[in-house]
Design a protein around this ligand. Structure first.
Ligand SMILES: Cc1cc2nc3c(=O)[nH]c(=O)nc-3n(C[C@H](O)[C@H](O)[C@H](O)COP(=O)(O)OP(=O)(O)OC[C@H]3O[C@@H](n4cnc5c(N)ncnc54)[C@H](O)[C@@H]3O)c2cc1C
Ligand SMILES: Cc1cc2nc3c(=O)[nH]c(=O)nc-3n(C[C@H](O)[C@H](O)[C@H](O)COP(=O)(O)O)c2cc1C
Ligand code: SF4
Length: 656
């Protein structure tokens, strides 16, 4: 084994944990009013216990249901069915020697749309505050009754504990606010209540922020003082995450360096004598091991990495690093659960939350010849699952490389990790024995000659040319061409279209020549260079203007990602024209009309079109009818997020 520290056991209070890997609680929306925890949820957790996690967190279990609570919440009410379902799950996880804790909290003191507005906590009557505290204690008692090894108080996110602890959101002046110490009383009352009812040695954990990371919020110094006080009152384990729900510092997007927030765990660990976990963007085993070896934390929390690959620990222990499906921080999982309130889904692991994950993918009853056309991520996923089921699979790709449009999704700055998805898909397709034929254009004749039983068409979409006079001039290019470097791009660039692709293209071009922070740090530590060297090192990119018709830019990007990219536009010096339309393109300029009808000229050596995509329907029609069974998936079916394409690819391949 390569990973010396990750697989050492550890004691947490009276608990023994077999390794240092903990999956935190994540609201996966697989609960229900009738059952509390659905069978699908039990399967989800058992899969991760089997995958080798030393500890797994279940929940969040909402102790108090507000009117606007989401439908799939996991509940542990005073109902025999709820307790029975939780008990079943705990027993299943225990069979793998996994410690299971219930995260108890009070989520959403305010509806989602009010999250970032400053709530007035003083609006809550004191009686209701005590009701919330008592509800959390009562739910914890039921968790113990269901067999959970520990209770984890949700002190992060938009939960009540986080809000009461906040320096920004708590404006009370009573027992629960007014000073940093009194702001802790809410969580202290819950903690003391649990210990009083379940015994001093009943393990109670806290998931907490390393700081609020927002203007006016408390910093890591206050988080340390809070942890000290809470440890003195019996918290047995701290799991330290990023800023609060309203943080203005990214914590979850791919531009967050792996392990960036581990310093918060290090600071908490320096003042308490109980184990501490580091969290956020720790997706590679080497990063996890490094944090432990340096002594920054005692455990490693893997949230999304556990969604992306339930077998992360098993694969890491075996040294099969390349087989781990790395979480690429696309945040589709968060958007789907939090904004759309649907069961969790994961882009790189389409089985998560969608179909039962525990059983191995079954072999098909009859081996068929499956021809997949197009090796974008949809085609690669369809080919992989079909091959895993024992079918003979031929994957046709007209280019000399696989990946389709995903090839231009990872070059924008801070998106590099998206590459991992393709690398994994390609590797697994090869391992599964898919016959990948590059430089092979699928024509009706060619496909007919292959005599497929099943034809899966994943030929993607083509870019839309807007009806703007001059759109056919030679200095006008498509976004994907600008990113892939297949066309020259001049100094002054106008990007027409400010959806997700436009925003990412603008960022890519505005930062195109920029050296990474690491590179700069390296050279500034060895600064024997000239002014010319320094100027070259500091070079940024093209002068970019982004023109969009709407008031908002980045429509179509997920909520967890959009705000970060929009801020980055500013930081990268992109000039953004909102509510504006490009009305004419001429050599060297674009004419733009603003919402009030004013016309202006913007200099443009190159104009980049990012005006959407349209499915490749003609090709789909040409190939239709060749095989007894034909499916059209991904962007070829309708332009969509890759999550939907790969999800459908899985479903179809499972049904063949
Ligand atoms: C800049 C950019 C950023 C993006 N970022 C994200 C993101 O963060 N998250 C997200 O979900 N989505 C993102 N997308 C969209 C995402 O890339 C697409 O939804 C996804 O790649 C579609 O995959 P697909 O396999 O259906 O089609 P494609 O990726 O278009 O693949 C189609 C494949 O078919 C091949 N092909 C076509 N015709 C033939 C033929 N006759 N014979 C053989 N092969 C053929 C093509 O060469 C291509 O490889 C982004 C897109 C762009 C442009
Ligand atoms: C779908 C989803 C749901 C989450 N729900 C919770 C939750 O209920 N309680 C909690 O403490 N954290 C929750 N989180 C936050 C994670 O625990 C974790 O802090 C965050 O994802 C960053 O860590 P990671 O990079 O390891 O995923 C959730 C995250 C995701 C992606
Ligand atoms: S959906 Fe994206 S962010 Fe969420 S776990 Fe999967 S890869 Fe990671």
């Amino acid at each position: 084994m390569l990973l010396r520290k990750l697989f050492e056991p550890i004691e947490i209070g009276r608990l023994s944990v077999k390794n240092r890997l903990v999956m935190p609680a994540m609201h996966i929306n697989l609960g229900s009013e009738e059952e509390g925890l659905t069978d699908q949820a039990i399967d989800f957790y058992e899969t991760r216990a089997r995958g080798g996690f030393g500890m797994i967190g279940v929940g969040i279990i909402d102790a108090y249901k507000f009117d606007f609570s989401s439908p799939g919440e996991m509940l542990l009410d005073d109902k025999p069915r709820h307790i029975a379902q939780h008990r079943k799950m705990v027993q299943r996880a225990h069979a793998y020697d996994t410690v299971v804790f219930a995260q108890v909290g009070i989520r959403g003191v305010w509806p989602l749309k009010e999250w970032r507005t400053l709530p007035r906590l003083s609006r809550l009557p004191e009686g209701l505050v005590w009701d919330l505290i008592n509800a959390a204690i009562a739910t914890s008692i039921r968790a113990a009754e269901a067999g959970y090894d520990a209770v984890d108080i949700q002190g992060n996110g938009a939960g009540a504990v986080s809000t009461f602890t906040s320096q920004v959101f708590n404006d009370r002046e009573d027992h629960f606010g007014g000073t940093p110490e009194r702001r802790l009383n809410f969580v202290l009352e819950i903690l003391k209540g649990i210990k009083r009812r379940l015994g001093a040695d009943f393990p109670v954990f806290l998931r907490m922020h390393g700081g609020e990371f927002m203007p006016g919020g408390y910093g890591v110094d206050r988080a340390k003082a809070n942890a000290q006080l809470l440890a003195a009152n019996g918290i047995d384990f701290f799991s330290v995450t990023n800023g609060s729900h309203a943080t203005t510092v990214p914590g979850l997007t791919p531009n967050v360096p792996p392990g960036a927030y581990a310093f918060c765990a290090r600071e908490i660990k320096s003042v308490v004598h109980v184990p501490v976990a580091a969290s956020n963007r720790i997706n590679h085993p080497r990063v996890a091991e490094d944090i432990l070896r340096k002594g920054w934390a005692d455990m490693i929390s893997l949230g999304r990495p556990a969604l992306a690959d339930a077998d992360w620990p098993r694969k890491a222990e075996a040294g099969d690093f390349e087989d781990i499906r790395i979480c690429i921080a696309c945040n589709e999982c968060l958007d789907i659960t939090r904004i759309y309130e649907k069961p969790v889904k994961c882009l790189v692991n389409p089985r998560a939350g969608r179909v039962l994950e525990l059983p191995d993918i079954g072999r098909a009853q009859k081996c068929k010849r499956v021809v997949v056309v197009g090796a974008g991520c949809t085609g690669l996923q369809a080919a992989l699952t079909s091959a895993e089921r024992g079918h003979e699979v031929i994957l046709l790709e007209r280019k000399h490389y696989v990946g389709g449009k995903w090839q231009v999704a990872f070059p924008p700055p801070g998106r590099e990790e998206l590459f991992e998805f393709l690398a994994w898909l390609l590797r697994q397709n090869k391992k599964a024995g898919v016959d990948i034929r590059l430089r092979t254009e699928a024509t009706p004749e060619l496909v007919k000659g292959l005599r497929p039983d099943v034809l899966i068409i994943c030929v993607g979409a083509r870019p839309v040319v807007p009806p703007i006079p001059g759109a056919d001039l030679p200095h006008v290019v498509f976004a994907h061409q600008a990113i892939e470097g297949s066309v020259p791009v001049g100094e002054n660039v106008v990007v027409v279209g400010a959806g997700g692709v436009g925003v990412e293209t603008a960022l890519f071009l505005a930062k195109r020549w920029e050296s990474s922070h690491e590179t700069k740090k390296f050279f500034y530590e060895w600064p024997d260079f000239t002014d010319a060297d320094r100027a070259a090192l500091e070079k940024r990119g093209h002068a970019v203007t982004l023109v969009g018709r709407n008031e908002k830019v980045g429509i179509g990007l997920g909520g967890g990602t959009r705000w970060v990219l929009v801020k980055e536009l500013d930081k990268a010096g992109v000039s953004t024209l909102k509510n504006a339309a490009a009305v004419a393109i001429e050599p060297g300029l674009v004419r733009v009309r603003s919402a009030d009808g004013q016309l202006s000229e913007v200099k443009a050596d190159t104009v980049v079109l990012a005006c959407g995509y349209r499915p490749n329907e003609d090709l789909t029609l040409l190939l239709a009818g060749i095989a007894p069974e034909t499916h059209s998936l991904g962007d070829a079916e309708s332009v969509q997020h890759a999550l939907n394409g790969t999800g459908r690819a899985l479903e179809i391949a499972l049904a063949i």
